[in-house]
Design a protein around this ligand. Structure first.
Ligand SMILES: *Cc1c(COP(=O)(O)O)cnc(C)c1O
Length: 388
């Protein structure tokens, strides 16, 4: 790997998570798996394959570039861009058979025209805004009339219609859902039917089974992040973040550590330096709250986390030595900090912690319990299948 700091991605767990979701929703609900942001930091190319082979029907991303990255690797997977693509870039969507989110008549017309030009029938999912106020047709009669005109266009396929929950509370979720359904009913009155209707992200898909319709868009739960509250689901955290101790030395009472000496030793200590910092995805604001795991024991982060390194207190860890494995994020069973725990300590959510892990950190993929591939974004030519 050429680097002691790396991400372990357990493809067996990813496969099992997808199977758990499939089992939960049954065969009448399609799964549109969200692999945006490099599959939440896990590596979209590798993860997309596992996800599709274990029961997903569709892949969703946020941007055109993410869609094209996947398309280069997978000519046949169905790929949906949930975000906005500007007019001048819509031709790439059409050329590469990517399903696009739209929410204006003008873009529908442009895609219809591009469809004729490229002799294709671009697929679109219409975004209907039921309150989030991000993207989508505003919930009103005018919008419904416009959508009725869009579904009449001959050279696009209006394959789906979707909305997004703000996840405020039960009442507001219900209100958004009802608004969505009522709009669909009006649009479908004249005989036209959408193949896919969807509004549920991970949390909604698990906590509100009655809102699943015939498609869900899970992201976080694929990767084992449990943010739902009402129900449970058998999923496991796919990612671990690991490094190795680079240096060990004594720190004497009264000495400071790192920028501004924000940490000062209250006693004689043993300090270890690890080669992972905020440029790798270990958030700077973990200062004073961060802990890592060495030899099964917790070691507190001391001093401000630097861009590339940070220091940990290993005074009470017997036999600690250079080269020892350090778990930054891992499983609770190995006494490691989970993404759940880190999100509370870092005052953010699990998705953000996952996305913050940067491309400087190589990914090591595990399958059937064994390492199978290294993805080193900085040295793609060195990324290789592991020898058995
Ligand atoms: C990111 C995203 C999702 C997935 O969200 P999770 O909370 O990770 O499941 C679903 N739908 C849309 C529109 C998104 O942007």
């Amino acid at each position: 790997m050429l680097r002691d700091t790396y991400i372990e991605v357990d493809l067996d767990r990813l496969a099992n998570n997808v199977k758990s979701i499939r089992e939960r929703v049954g065969n009448n609900v399609s799964i549109c798996a969200v692999v945006k942001a490099d599959a939440y930091g896990h590596g979209s190319i590798e993860c997309a394959k596992t996800i599709m082979e274990n029961g997903s029907d569709y892949l969703a991303v946020a941007t055109l570039t993410e869609a094209l990255e996947l398309r280069q690797a997978y000519p046949d997977y169905r790929i949906f861009i949930m975000g906005y693509t500007s007019d001048e870039n819509l031709k790439y969507v059409v050329r590469h058979d990517i399903t696009q989110c739209i929410f204006t008549y003008e873009q529908a017309l442009l895609l219809d025209k591009l469809g004729r030009e490229y002799n294709k029938k671009p697929k679109v999912h219409i975004k209907y805004d039921t309150g989030f106020n991000r993207l989508g047709f505003r919930d009103c009669e005018d919008s419904i009339e416009t959508i009725k005109d869009i579904v009449k266009l001959k050279n696009i396929e209006c394959e789906g219609i979707f909305s997004h929950f703000a996840l405020v509370d039960d009442d507001e979720n219900k209100r958004q859902f009802v608004a969505f359904i009522e709009a669909i009913d009006k649009i479908e009155k004249n005989g036209f039917k959408f193949r896919y209707k969807h509004i549920c992200d991970s949390i909604a898909a698990i906590d509100y089974p009655e809102f699943r319709l015939n498609m869900i868009r899970p992201g976080a739960i694929l990767y084992g992040m449990k943010s739902f509250r009402k129900n449970d689901l058998d999923i496991k955290q796919v990612m671990k973040f690991k490094t190795k101790i680079a240096y060990i030395k004594p720190l004497y009472k009264g000495e400071g550590v790192s920028y501004s000496y924000k940490f000062k030793a209250q006693r004689d200590m043993i300090l270890a330096t690890i080669p992972a910092g905020y440029a790798d995805g270990f958030p700077r604001n973990m200062f004073e709250v961060g802990e890592v795991t060495v030899r099964g024991r917790r070691a507190p982060v001391v001093g401000v986390i630097c861009m590339d390194q940070c220091m940990i207190d290993v005074t009470d860890i017997k036999g600690v030595s250079v080269g020892d494995e350090v778990i930054i994020y891992g499983d609770a069973e190995e006494n490691a900090v989970t993404f759940e725990e880190a999100s509370v300590k870092g005052n953010t959510n699990k998705n953000e912690l996952l996305c913050r892990i940067t491309r400087r950190t190589p990914r090591l993929y595990i399958k059937n319990g064994k390492p199978v591939k290294v993805l080193n974004y900085l040295l793609p030519d060195l990324s290789k299948e592991c020898d058995d």
